[in-house]
Design a protein around this ligand. Structure first.
Ligand SMILES: Nc1ncnc2c1ncn2[C@@H]1O[C@@H]2COP(=O)(O)O[C@H]2[C@H]1O
Length: 801
């Protein structure tokens, strides 16, 4: 139990500085109080002189101080302490027991105190040592001042006082019934301990800001020995903090740094391009600004270095790998002891770190411009350089940095064909004239509201028990549901994730929705059919489960949205690519101006179908605002599956979640983070087939190859431009296409997602499949027929076991 006594009005300094007392129960309105440790005349002069110095000193304003008094009863000592606190205008809370005191500081309580005064006169009623130790062990009480009131006689027994100080007490004060002595003692404590603690906590905030800064900051002492380095400095130098601290500055610069001190002695800033030495990496030229700071006396005691990469402006440093001993994999995966994938894939698919993303062929045009400007800046006058700095400031603004694919260079023409077709936008489509046959037959399907008959046989139910396993057999479900896997799996997922309750919707409406969505997938597509949709939904269910298990779970609405988007993300896919639709002047390409043609169509038709009939409208019970927000997230997720922006989505995700820190530590709104996670989740689910177990992976590869070949067949027969000429059923090597797909699209993405979500099986299966494709390639397995016969022999072997 603790008693809270706000004595805000019982004693306060009036405007003339004299003290007056008002009744705490009085109805008078509280005046705005002067801060609790008001600056004394001495303080004010200190503040003035600090204002005069060249560099700002951190003097945060005094907050309203809060004190917790832990006294088991209100005897005369306690009353004197309480009164002294009131005189110093502290906001006082009293606790009578150890439990009461600790309860107010517990993690669930929002209370915090600048000052805690514990009655340590006897251990009979209160164990002051225990209380102090517990406070120090409670998060967020680093800068709390703890005072122990002890018996005068204790000052002869230093072991008692030392034990208290060792437990975290800042000062032991003798008991007194003399109010003015107590008042003076308290004032001294406020000035000499509480106030510095307050300043230190502000400095801690500044250190945190420095640590997060994209620019590199180093602070040295007056002998140019490094005292502080921020995280960007660790990244730049490719060294850990303990390797950097105390190092002479000369060790990290190739350029001569002796002139820095000459400038410093004249209190002058230094501003030049210097070359930095980086451990195990190439040297890099940096724009170095050095500010000398005199903390004591007149000559510089410290130098603050601000290093900036000409051209890439900090973003370069942000994407550098964190200095750490991790020959492969993130610390995250090593910590959890993930499978040694090298042993599985010894043939050379190396585990790449997320930093490899920096070597992806991405370059924003803005980077080129900034590089050119930096070159100009090196040889111009200081005034011109300042102007260029300003220009670069503008150019650094968001939106100008969206990376685009540069030229793709692979050794293999099949990979070049595939990656080019997946990642390039409409400008690269051939402009050759072509037949304008529409291949989309949306009308007729669209208005069909399928009766959602379901017969969940024991066999289906048994299979669905495993529906959240990464090894779930989606092809078996396709077979036993007679090609209606989406309906059955969808209902199971909706049930498991409580979607009926979340959307406040009848199960039958959900059934109807899944049925109409499934009916609008083309069952004659070998790949983009409802089995693919069910597969993506199943992967999404696995990811949602894992996120929840890792305490990163989404809320119920977001889970429902993710499942809905996954189920519908390819609805009415014609089995031809967007490029094909553009080349053939399909109505959809005309409707969407050749931009994100398929994905725009999937999103649009999802809502057209859903809103077409109340019997399938799973959103009908949402209010207008909720519907708007659900709709926008579903659309965003479906559009994220568009592959031309693959690297943009991946790079954004890695830049936020790529380090080993918890996402919450990174300055990014929760909503922005959720968007990145949701996009990445559906993207990974969409192309997770190379990370499924080998027999499924081969089957998916066979299906997508068949679909690509059918497109090429049609392009040939209709004399259309051939989007992927290498995907000719007579000549194409399927293993080669899979090797390229894994190397260029899948690998980095799976590593990034695994590092975030902790599902090492994604990487392990990918490695195994990669090795398998390499082996097939060596064995001369190329065509669909070859792959089919391999599948056959593998399944025969499996059933013989
Ligand atoms: N195993 C695979 N091999 C080659 N391409 C694939 C494979 N899996 C998915 N894709 C492609 O990746 C694309 C992702 O978006 P879509 O589903 O629209 O179309 C998909 C296919 O074109």
């Amino acid at each position: 139990m603790y008693l809270k006594r706000h004595n805000k009005f019982s004693c306060r300094r009036n405007s003339t500085g004299t003290s007056g007392t008002t009744s705490s129960g009085g109805a008078s309105k509280p005046e705005k109080r002067k801060s609790s440790i008001a600056l004394t005349p001495d303080d004010e002069s200190i503040e003035r002189s600090l204002m005069d110095v060249k560099f700002p000193t951190v003097l945060p304003p005094n907050p309203q101080l809060k004190a917790l008094l832990v006294f088991h009863k209100s005897d005369n000592i306690c009353e004197v302490v309480t009164e002294a606190c009131h005189r110093q205008q502290l906001d006082v809370t009293v606790a009578r027991t150890k439990e009461g005191a600790l309860e107010t500081l517990s993690s669930t309580s929002e209370e915090f105190y600048h000052l805690i005064i514990i009655d340590a006169r006897s251990t009979k009623h209160l164990d002051a040592e225990y209380i102090a130790r517990s406070i120090r062990h409670t998060n967020g009480h680093h800068f709390t001042t703890i005072i122990a009131v002890v018996k005068k006689s204790f000052f002869e027994k230093d072991e008692v006082l030392i034990a208290l100080l060792d437990a975290g007490v800042n000062r032991c004060v003798p008991e007194t019934t003399n109010l003015s002595m107590c008042n003076i003692e308290l004032k001294q404590i406020l000035h000499s301990i509480v106030r510095p603690h307050n300043v230190m906590s502000t400095q801690q905030a500044l250190y945190t800001a420095l640590h997060r800064l994209k620019e590199v900051i180093l602070i040295t002492d007056n002998h140019l020995r490094i005292q502080y380095a921020n995280r960007a400095a660790e990244r730049l130098l490719n060294m850990r903090l303990d390797e950097i601290i105390s190092k002479p500055l000369a060790d990290i610069f190739v350029s001569d740094v002796s002139t820095i001190m000459m400038h410093g002695r004249k209190n002058k800033e230094f501003d030049e391009i210097l070359t930095v030495r980086r451990k195990g990496q190439e040297d890099v030229s940096m724009h170095v600004r050095v500010i000398p700071v005199a903390c004591i006396g007149r000559t510089p005691t410290h130098y603050v270095f601000n290093l900036d990469v000409p051209g890439s402006h900090g973003d370069f440093v942000a994407t550098l790998p964190q200095a750490r001993e991790a020959p492969r994999g993130s610390q995250h995966s090593i910590r959890r002891g993930s499978v040694d994938v090298r042993s599985v894939a010894s043939d050379g698919l190396r585990r790449t770190s997320l930093a490899k993303l920096t070597s992806l062929p991405l370059e924003a045009p803005i980077t080129k411009i900034i590089n050119l400007l930096s070159q100009v800046q090196e040889n111009c006058s200081p005034d011109e350089a300042r102007l260029i700095d300003k220009v670069m400031e503008f150019l650094k603004r968001e939106g100008l940095y969206s990376p685009q694919m540069k030229e793709i260079r692979t050794d293999d023409p099949i990979a070049t064909d595939l990656i080019g077709a997946l990642l390039t936008g409409p400008s690269l489509y051939s402009s050759r004239r072509s037949s304008n046959d529409s291949i989309i037959r949306v009308s007729g399907r669209q208005s069909t509201c399928m009766p959602a008959k379901m017969k969940a046989t024991p066999h289906i139910m048994e299979l669905l028990e495993e529906s959240l396993s990464w090894e779930f057999d989606i092809f078996k479900l396709e077979e036993i549901t007679e090609k209606r896997p989406l309906l059955y799996l969808g209902m199971e997922m909706f049930r498991r994730f409580n979607v009926f309750a979340t959307l406040n919707i009848d199960e039958n409406v959900c059934k109807g929705w899944l049925a109409i969505i499934e009916a609008n997938y083309h069952s004659n597509n070998s790949y983009h059919n409802s089995t693919h949709a069910a597969d993506v939904m199943q992967a999404t269910g696995c990811f949602l489960t894992q996120l929840a298990a890792k305490d990163m779970g989404m809320d119920h609405t977001d889970e429902a949205i993710a499942l809905i988007a996954a189920a519908a993300h390819d609805v009415d896919h014609p089995g031809r690519s967007s490029a094909f639709l553009c080349n053939s002047r399909n109505t959809l390409a005309l409707l969407y101006n050749d931009l994100c043609v398929l994905e725009s169509h999937h999103a649009s038709i999802t809502f057209r179908l859903t809103l077409s009939d109340d019997k399938v409208n799973i959103f009908k019970n949402l209010d207008t605002e909720s519907f708007k927000s659900v709709r926008s997230v579903v659309i965003d997720m479906i559009l994220a599956t568009e592959m031309t922006r693959h690297f943009e989505h991946l790079a954004k995700f890695v830049s936020i979640f790529g380090s080993d820190e918890e996402p919450k530590d990174i300055v990014q709104s929760e909503e922005e983070s959720s968007i990145l996670i949701r996009r990445m989740m559906i993207k990974v689910a969409d192309v997770s087939n190379p990370s499924r177990q080998p027999s499924y992976c081969i089957e998916w590869a066979r299906r997508i190859a068949e679909e690509y070949f059918t497109q090429t067949d049609e392009e040939k027969s209709k004399a259309l431009p051939i989007v992927m000429p290498m995907f000719d059923r007579n000549t194409c090597s399927i293993p080669k296409s899979q090797i390229g797909f894994i190397e260029y699209i899948i690998q980095d993405m799976m590593h990034a997602w695994d590092s975030f979500i902790d599902m090492p099986q994604l990487v392990t299966y990918m490695q195994i499949n990669y090795s398998q494709w390499k082996k097939f390639e060596e064995q001369g397995v190329h065509t669909l027929a070859d792959v089919k016969s391999k599948q056959h022999s593998l399944s025969v072997k499996k059933s013989a076991k």
